[in-house]
Every structure is written in structure tokens, then in C-alpha cells.
Ligand binder design. Sequence first.
Ligand SMILES: Cc1cc2nc3c(=O)[nH]c(=O)nc-3n(C[C@H](O)[C@H](O)[C@H](O)COP(=O)(O)OP(=O)(O)OC[C@H]3O[C@@H](n4cnc5c(N)ncnc54)[C@H](O)[C@@H]3O)c2cc1C
Length: 492
Amino acid sequence: MSSSVDVVVIGAGLSGLSAAYTIVKENSSANVVVLEATDNIGGPILSQTLRGANGEDVWDVGAGRIGTKQKEIMGLIQEFGLETYPHYNDGKKFWILTDGKIKKYSGNIPPLPYTSLVDMLRYFNKVDGLQGKVNVKDATATAKAEEWDNMTVEELKTKTLWTKGKKIKNLVIFLPFKQKGTIDIMTGLFFGGFRCDQLSVMQYLHLIATCGSWNSHIAAEGTGKIDVRIKIDFSIAIILSATILTLAQGGTRKLVDGLVSHIGQDKIITGSKVNSIEHQSNSAVVTTEAGKAYTAKCVIVACIPSANINFNPPLSIPRVLPGSGFGVQFVITYKKSFWREAGSCAEVMNTQGTMEMLQGKDDHPIVTLFDHTSPNDNPALMGIFGANLAMDKSMEERKQIALKFLKEIFETDETQNFLDYKDIAWKPYDRYPPIESLKETKPSEILSNMLKPEGVVHWAGARTGLAWADCLNGAVEAGQRSAKEVLKTHLN
Ligand SMILES: Cc1cc2nc3c(=O)[nH]c(=O)nc-3n(C[C@H](O)[C@H](O)[C@H](O)COP(=O)(O)OP(=O)(O)OC[C@H]3O[C@@H](n4cnc5c(N)ncnc54)[C@H](O)[C@@H]3O)c2cc1C
């Protein structure tokens, strides 16, 4: 069982699909095949039909939030004639403190003591300055690569933040509030549930740098030069990123459908787990678990190149860093938006739940909530479970947790009169290697190597994105980049 093609793309997530689409768009005679291990196309981009106030409607239950400044994905949306709509952001928000107290506030500045806000702003400014020094395309060429390879975010945090008793120029500064916890929470939320002591400063800054700045990292608006006062607004928005995102109208799934129809459904072969890649200087043989072999001029690996694929000869350099990829999200629909009627946009940031997630507990597992009303005016809320422990619960158990949480936040029985509830517990097929297994290799080297082709084998996947890595935009950008490499090197 053997076929001959020009390019084999491994993985039908957004990145693999973007790669295949770019190749066939630029070279219509190219023979491309996409091999996908599972029966699902599009990775965690999962739109679902739920009962809404005005009848059935479609919601993104999985990945779907995008930023208007994310040019690669916005370009694709435009190319396929899709529309976006702004996220609803008017009115009161909720902040759950680490002791469980719920505070309401308006605007973009969370209800924290002034000293805490100032300290956080100092930290954000520091990180913003440092990320600007990262060489995104070649992390090893970063002047401080060695120092940052060997420093954890925990150490950076301790060095930067004002903490009780820290000595500054012979003065011992005593501040009543410590912000270390807040940075832990942000890191946990934006870096796949990792603790600060698990992440190298190099990996941390590199990810932020792929977005161009701290604010861009969170897809905040106004990423140009801003004054300090405004910057408090924008910087604090890291926790409130839902406020500045837009959603692809009618479900991000439409983007996947658009890519599939241009590539050709028959070119995407699901249930085809790739077991091995034998690569020579000018061709490769890709073999699936079922024993089907594809001889190709080149290969694009658009999944995590970890132990699940056997490379022969073995890869000369490692190409994967710690990551997570797990996610549990729910959508709940209502007849009317009782939160908007009460003057709230339903945005919740649960620092208690996030802190517990980092400690491996899940007493308060919903870490964020926001308005997810559809463009057809069907009221809905979306929540994110932080703890991986939520993966092991049934959908019914998670629904009960969500209902209890909503009652506590909004203090009304209307929360219980929902129309429909659906959630996804997303487990990536291709797991990241355990964090301990990567201790021997310098993060800067891995980050540089992740982009470098190994002979005829090229690399895509959101993690290799040079623009908003690890996000939907990073997936598209990496797919397009790898396609351009292949078009130039193997298909011209
Ligand atoms: C629940 C959740 C919500 C998210 N929400 C957002 C969001 O709102 N906005 C945002 O920007 N980002 C979001 N993200 C992140 C974003 O979805 C991902 O970064 C992006 O979808 C990754 O795309 P990818 O193509 O690189 O990887 P994937 O989508 O993981 O695709 C890789 C594919 O390769 C396949 N594969 C693996 N091994 C093999 C093999 N050996 N042979 C064949 N196939 C294989 C896998 O089955 C998979 O389909 C979210 C992620 C999750 C999990």
C-alpha cells in the first residue's frame, strides 16, 4: 500500500489546514495529502448547535476568540468572506479574590489596592522591555539567551516585584500587598496552567515576543505607544482579554470548512495516525499506523513532534518545549440576558480558582466567564474550567458546578432557568513531553530549532508560530510560513 505525492501534511488542525491550503492556492497542480490521526478536523475549533432564545443557533464551544490585530487569521477570515462581531463588554464585571470574596467593578482596572496595581504595572513594564530584546526567529541570537535559559519566571518575579522587606538602596520597603500571587495567576492562565517555577524566562518572553509586546500578547487594543495611565488600563487588560476580542460570526468552524473545501475533502484523510517518517535528502516516506505508506518530496509536521512519531534517522535536535493543550469550556444559553438587564457584561475573573488550579485543587474550578451572546441575539455565557481535574468529571457534573457558580456570582434564580448547556473537555492527541524530560536542553536552542527544517521535513503548528504563538493566529501563520518554505524549496 503505497502512494506518491508532492507533500504530506501531518495533522489537520488549523495549522496543517492552513499549510495545505496555502500550497494548493499557490500551486494548483501540487499533490498534497493531509493525514489526521483522529476523526476530527480542526483540532479544538469546535462549534456546537444549542437551543437559544430564538431557536437553534451555533456557538463556538472550543477555540474561537481572536484579536482584530492578528493579521494572518483576520486575512483568512476576509479571504473566505466571513464576518466578525465585537465582544459585549458594557457594564459591571466581577473579580473573585483569592479568599473567595466577590468584588464588582467597572472599567478595565480590577478592584485591587493601589499599591498592588502599581507593583503589577512595574512588572508588566519590565516584562515588556525584556520581551523586546528577544530574537523571535532565532532565540539563540538573543543577547541574554544564556541568562534567561537558566532563570525561571519565579526568579524574575522575585527580582522585579516589590515585596515585603525588600531592600532598595539601603531602604527597606515594606508594602502591605504582595503581587507575586497575581503574577502566578496570570502565568497559570496564559501559559497552559504552568507555575512560575516551571517556566524558563526564555520560553515566557519568547511567547510574549511573538505578539510584539505584552499588550499584543493579550490581543489588547492600542498596542502602540501609550502613556502610563492608559498603560495601566491596557496592561491590566491581560486578565480581561475577553473584552477586546472578536469572534468569527456563526462559529470559527466556518473557517475550517472554508479551508477544507479549498484543499478538497478527499485530500484530508482522517483516522490516519502517522507512525514513522523516513527522511532522505530529497524525499521522505511517511507510514501510518495502518501500514499505508506515502512517498513525498517533503513533509510538513503540523502537530507536536514528540514521541508519537518515529523519525528515521532520528531528529538531530529536539523541537518541542513544555506545553499543555488541555481545555474544558462550556456554553450555557438563556431566554434573556439577566446579566445585561442588571447592568453587567458577565465578565468574571476568578483568582481563587486559578490559584487552586496551580495547586492541583479544583474546589472552585471555573476560572473565567464572559458573555457569549450570539450575533443572532441569543443570550449565552461561556465559562472556562481551569483545572485539568475537570476533565475527569462527567458533563452533568460540570453542568452542576457551573450552575452553582453562576448562582453565586449573579445571586439570582434566573441562572438556573437555562435553555441548553454544552461543554467540551479537550485532550490533545499529541501530548507534550513531560517538563522534566526537557531539563537538559536549553529553551533558546529548542525555540530556534523548532523552525529549522530537517532535510525535507518542515515544521508548523501553533507553537512554532512567529505571530501569536500558541493561538489560532499562530497556527495560521506557522502553516503559511511552512507552506512558503516548501513551495520555494521543493515545489518550484
Ligand atoms: C479548549 C481550547 C480553547 C482555545 N481557545 C482559543 C481561543 O479562543 N483563541 C485562540 O487564539 N486560541 C485558542 N486555543 C489555542 C488554539 O486553539 C490552538 O493553538 C490551535 O488550534 C492549535 O492548532 P494546531 O493546528 O497547531 O494544533 P492542533 O489543532 O492540535 O492540530 C494538530 C493535529 O495533529 C493531529 N495529530 C497528532 N499526532 C498525529 C499523528 N501522529 N499523525 C496524524 N495526526 C496527528 C492531532 O490529532 C490534531 O488534529 C484554545 C485551545 C484549546 C485547547
